[in-house]
Design a protein. Structure first.
Length: 104
């Protein structure tokens, strides 16, 4: 593993880059940092984490294993990650609207 794994400054820089690219997709977000990680807050219940090496976000729930399912993407490719996140965001918002509120 590289030294980037727990470098909070790198995680924040990558998260800010993702925020910029998400804005190009019309998605507003906020960046928060702490404990060597950065969080990109997109919507209630929709957060992207970054450790400087990768972005990851929750995509669903596995009822057999009783645990969340996550997707991830290398942090060195923020534009491609933002594209994937934008696709999930559209689906997330559609499910949120159908549920009449916040999707968990």
């Amino acid at each position: 593993m590289t030294a980037l794994l727990h470098d909070g400054a790198t995680a924040v820089a990558m998260a800010k880059e993702l925020r910029t690219v998400l804005a190009d997709h019309g998605i507003a977000s906020d960046v928060h940092d702490g404990y060597g990680l950065a969080l990109v807050s997109i919507w209630v219940g929709f957060v992207v984490w970054c450790d400087g090496e990768r972005f990851w976000w929750r995509t669903g729930w596995n009822p057999r294993q009783y645990r969340p399912v996550y997707a991830w993407h290398p942090a060195m490719e923020p534009a491609r990650a933002a594209h994937r996140i934008a696709l999930h965001y559209a689906d997330f918002r559609r499910r949120d609207a159908q549920a009449g509120g916040s999707v968990s």
